[in-house]
Write a protein that binds this ligand. Structure first.
Ligand code: UD1
Length: 424
C-alpha cells in the first residue's frame, strides 16, 4: 500500500537519538558473506528495504538466512546458483556486489542489471575493468551482467579512473578469492569500504590499506565464519544532525562516529550551529538557534562533503541568510528535490550541476514528492522547518535507507505520521 509522511512543521527537535548500523556498509558486507566457507553472523543491521532485498537474493542463490532482530546469520554452504533474477536485482544498486562475490567464489555470475536511485547515469565501466583485469570475461547488456572466469581469477594491479565506491567494493570481493595479490590504485576511501575490509579480514582474508587510496588484497586465503558488527550509518547520523540544526534544536546523536562526519560538521559550524563531539563515547551533539549563514558546498568522494548529505543540507540552506552555491560533482541529477522545495516557498535555480539557493525567511508546508532516497530525506528536513503541514509522497524511497525515520523524529519531538497515500 502506498504511503505518505505527514509532518506538522515548526517543532524543535530535542533529546537523544541512536544511529542505526550503516546501510551502505551492510549492503557490501552481506554479499561478502558468500566468500566464506562457513556461516557468518552480521550484527547491527538497519531494518530497511534494501537489506530485505539482499536477503531475498541470498535465498534465491540457495544460502540459508536467519534473522534475529538486527542480526543476520548467513550460511553460504547451500548456494547452488550464480543467477540473480531481475525481480530482485532491480530493487537496489548494490545487487551488483553479487557479481564480485559470485565471480570470486564460483568463477561465474549472471546478475540482472541493478536498479537503485535515479540520480545520474551511473555507469559500471570501472567494475568491469576490474573484473577483466582479474581474468574474467564480462558481457553487459541492459538486462544482465554476465561474468566468466573458467580458469579462476588471478591478482592484478587495477587503477580506477575515479575513486568509485562500488567498483572498489566489487573488486575487493572478487580479488579476495583470486589467486595472488591485487592492488587497487585510486580506490574509494569511504568508511564503509574500510568496514568491508575489516569484515573480510575477520573471515580470514587479507585486505590492507582500506581508507587510503591504495588497497592491497592477498587473495585465495582460506575463509571461515565470524561474527561482525556493522559501523554506524554516516548518512543517517548526518541527516539527524541537519534536522537538529534545521529546527533550531538540541539533539545528542549517539553512535555517530565524529571522524566520519567532519565535512558536515565543518559546514554546520560555518553556518553558525554548534557541534560538540561526545567525550568518552561516540556521539555528536548539535545545537542551533536557527539563525544560519549561507555556505557553499562541493560534493566530493570521502573525506569530502558526501553527495548523499548534499540534498538534506540544501533543504537547510533554503532558509539560511544569503546565497549558497552547491556544486554536485558526483551525480548530475541530484538537485531534483529543489523543484519540490520551491513549491514550499524556497528560492533556487539549477544550472547543470550547480544549484544556487537564495535563503528565504520561511518555508510553507504543501504536498511534495520524493524522487529518490536522499531527496526524500531533504523533504523531511524541509517539512520539519516549514510552517504548516507537509505531505511527502513516495515514502518507499525513504524506507530504502532510513529505519523508521518518523519514529526517531517523533521521539525527538517532531509531529510526523505515516498515513495511506490517499488519506485526507
Ligand atoms: C555509492 C553509494 C551512494 C553514494 C555514492 C557516492 C552505496 C550502495 N552507494 O554509490 O549512496 O551516493 O557511493 O558516494 O554504497 N562511476 C563511473 N564508472 C563506474 C563507477 C562509477 O563513471 O564504473 C562514476 C559514477 O557515475 C559517479 C562516481 O563515479 O559519478 C561515483 O560513483 P560510485 O562511487 O561508484 O557510487 P556508487 O558506488 O554507485
Amino acid at each position: 500500500m502506498a504511503e505518505k509522511l505527514r509532518i506538522y512543521g515548526g517543532r524543535r527537535l530535542e533529546g537523544t537519538v541512536v544511529v542505526n548500523g550503516g546501510k551502505n556498509a551492510a549492503l557490501a558486507i552481506i554479499p561478502a558473506a558468500l566468500l566464506s566457507s562457513e556461516p557468518c553472523t552480521i550484527e547491527n543491521l538497519p531494518q530497511v528495504s534494501d537489506i530485505a532485498a539482499l536477503r531475498d537474493i541470498l535465498e534465491e542463490l540457495g544460502a540459508s538466512v536467519t534473522l534475529a532482530g538486527s542480526s543476520m546469520t548467513i550460511d553460504p554452504r547451500g548456494v547452488h546458483s550464480t543467477f540473480v533474477s531481475e525481480e530482485h536485482a532491480w530493487r537496489l544498486r548494490a545487487s551488483y556486489y553479487f557479481v564480485g562475490a559470485l565471480l570470486g567464489v564460483f568463477g561465474k555470475a549472471d546478475v540482472s542489471y541493478p536498479g537503485g536511485c535515479a540520480i545520474g547515469s551511473r555507469p559500471i565501466d570501472q567494475h568491469i575493468k576490474g573484473f577483466e583485469a582479474l581474468g574474467a570475461e564480462v558481457t553487459v547488456d541492459n538486462s544482465m551482467i554476465c561474468a566468466r572466469a573458467e580458469h579462476g581469477l588471478h591478482g592484478a594491479e587495477i587503477y580506477l579512473d575515479m575513486p568509485s565506491v562500488g567498483a572498489t567494493i566489487n573488486i575487493m570481493l572478487a580479488a579476495t578469492r583470486a589467486k595472488g595479490n591485487t592492488i587497487i590504485v585510486n580506490a574509494g576511501k569511504e568508511p564503509h569500504i574500510v568496514d568491508l575490509a575489516n569484515f573480510i579480514n575477520a573471515m580470514g582474508g587479507s585486505v590492507k590499506g582500506a581508507g587510503t587510496d591504495t588497497i592491497r588484497i592477498r587473495g585465495g586465503r582460506p575463509m571461515h565464519g565470524c561474527t561482525y558488527t556493522v559501523i554506524p550509518d554516516q548518512i543517517e547520523a548526518g541527516t539527524l544532525m541537519i534536522a537538529a540544526a534545521a529546527t533550531a534544536g538540541d539533539v545528542l546523536i549517539r553512535g555517530a562516529l565524529p571522524t566520519h562526519m567532519e565535512a558536515l560538521t565543518a559546514k554546520l559550524l560555518e553556518m553558525g550551529a554548534r557541534v560538540d563531539e561526545g567525550v568518552g563515547e561516540d556521539s555528536i551533539r548539535v545545537r542551533s538557534d536557527g539563525n544560519h549563514r549561507h555556505v557553499n558546498i562541493k560534493t566530493l568522494p570521502y573525506p569530502g562533503f558526501p553527495t548523499d548529505l548534499q540534498q538534506p543540507m540544501s533543504a537547510l540552506l533554503s532558509t539560511a541568510r544569503g546565497t549558497s552555491i552547491i556544486n554536485e560533482t558526483i551525480y548530475e541529477m541530484r538537485h531534483r528535490h529543489l523543484d519540490e522545495i520551491r513549491r514550499m516557498g524556497g528560492q533556487s535555480e539549477v544550472r547543470d550541476r550547480i544549484a544556487i539557493i537564495d535563503g528565504v525567511p520561511k518555508l510553507t508546508g504543501c504536498a511534495v514528492t520524493a524522487t529518490d532516497l536522499r531527496a526524500g530525506a531533504a523533504l523531511v528536513v524541509a517539512g520539519l522547518m516549514a510552517e504548516g503541514v507537509t505531505d511527502i509522497y513516495n515514502v518507499q524511497f525513504i524506507d530504502r535507507g532510513y529505519e523508521h525515520l518518523e519514529k526517531k523524529l517523533s521521539q525527538l519531538g517532531a509531529r510526523i505520521e505515516r498515513l495511506p497515500a490517499d488519506a485526507d
